[in-house]
Design a protein around this ligand. Structure first.
Ligand code: UT7
Length: 327
């Protein structure tokens, strides 16, 4: 069966830079702590009049330009996000309208930091089934609106951004998205939550006062779980294709924490220099990070035809997964 090909990539980061030094003035932290514990030096923050779909559209236009695909040709738009413009309708609906992608059906996937990997997998299945020929996959996140600026456990980590890819069926069965491997464990849902604003705890004044509308995270537990999950899922993906770590040319990973990636790569026996890192510039941009990273590596000319790319991501839910792509 012919594989789905990634025929265009794009990304967008807002211009406002928030350095570690700026955060030092706001919470009890230090540039050295943040660098040593996370690898992050700065992150981006969207403008007050910017919404998630605005960032998504910037990234999408770049990916569509690269692919040479007009918005009217799109059959499907899937956006991985947990910070849509509003609770309803989906972020994808706004993206569709702004792009003028009239033929596409559009929806969001809520898998937090694994969102774009989930979205890519969903689009891949639609393409493999023959129902869709051109799909736009986006990961877009405006986390600065949901992070508590006074919580040093989280405000140092997260940033805003968007990444996109255009997918289409390819003639070459040896290249493209060879497989995706998705996993969830809802038993660990409490590890990362935005507890207020849903049906359990509606957005009341009291809920906002208690900051229940912001992101809460047990960082230490997430860290421990993330390393194991990323390793197991990547091993599963490689084994599916009879690949050994030495055959991996690039790792394109969700950028959560440089130490998480270091630990996972060490256990996978994949050299660190095969993993494209940009979290020093953008922090953890949740679902945006994987397609932003792919776009950077691609535009830097690093991805050569035929090379093996291992993708991996993990997020709230818990959700995680991997993919093998032959470029
Ligand atoms: O994208 C998927 C979702 N999220 C993640 O992947 C995040 C995963 N977790 C992490 O990246 C790390 O757990 C953090 C970066 C969040 C924290 O790093 P850590 O090495 O796990 O630190 P810790 O939570 O074990 O805390 C160590 C110490 C604590 O002080 P005590 O109890 O040892 O006195 C914290 O209170 O560091 C303290 N601490 C800080 N100190 C300075 C926590 N945050 C900060 C901070 N600045 N920003």
């Amino acid at each position: 069966m012919a594989c789905t090909h990634i025929i265009g990539t794009g990304s967008y980061a807002p211009s406002r830079v928030i350095t570690n030094h700026e955060l030092e003035k706001r919470v009890d932290t230090s540039d050295s702590w943040i660098r040593e514990r996370t690898g992050i030096q700065e992150r981006r923050q969207a403008a007050p009049d910017e919404a998630t779909s605005d960032m998504a559209v910037h990234a999408a236009r770049r990916a569509l330009d690269m692919a040479g695909v007009a918005p009217e040709e799109l059959d499907l738009i899937v956006v991985g996000t947990i910070t849509a413009d509003m609770p309803m309708p989906s972020c994808a609906a706004f993206v569709q309208a702004k792009l003028g992608a009239r033929r596409a059906f559009a929806f969001d996937v809520g898998a937090a930091c694994a969102g774009s990997l989930y979205a890519m997998s969903v689009a891949d299945q639609f393409i493999r089934s023959g129902q869709v020929r051109k799909a736009l996959v986006i990961g877009a996140e405006l986390l600065s609106r949901v992070v508590n600026p006074d919580d040093r456990n989280t405000c140092i980590l997260f940033g805003d951004g968007a990444g996109a890819m255009v997918l289409s069926p390819g003639d070459d069965a040896e290249r493209g998205i060879l497989s995706t491997h998705l996993h969830s464990d809802g038993g660990l849902a409490e590890l990362i939550t935005i507890p207020g604003g849903g049906s359990r705890t509606p957005m009341t004044e009291e809920a906002v006062r208690a900051r229940l509308n912001t992101l809460h995270m047990n960082g230490r537990e997430v860290f421990r779980f993330a390393v194991r999950a990323l390793v197991e899922s990547t091993q599963e993906a490689l084994a599916t294709h009879g690949l050994v770590p030495g055959q991996v040319d690039h790792v394109i990973a969700h950028q959560a924490n440089a130490r998480i990636l270091d630990a996972a790569l060490e256990r996978l026996e994949i050299p660190r220099d095969k993993c494209w890192l940009n979290l020093h510039k953008y922090g953890n941009t949740s679902s945006a990070s994987l397609p932003m990273t792919l776009d950077e590596a691609h535009r830097a000319g690093k991805l050569q035809r035929g090379q093996v790319i291992a993708m991996m991501a993990i997020g709230a839910g818990m959700t995680w997964g991997s993919a093998v792509v032959r470029w």
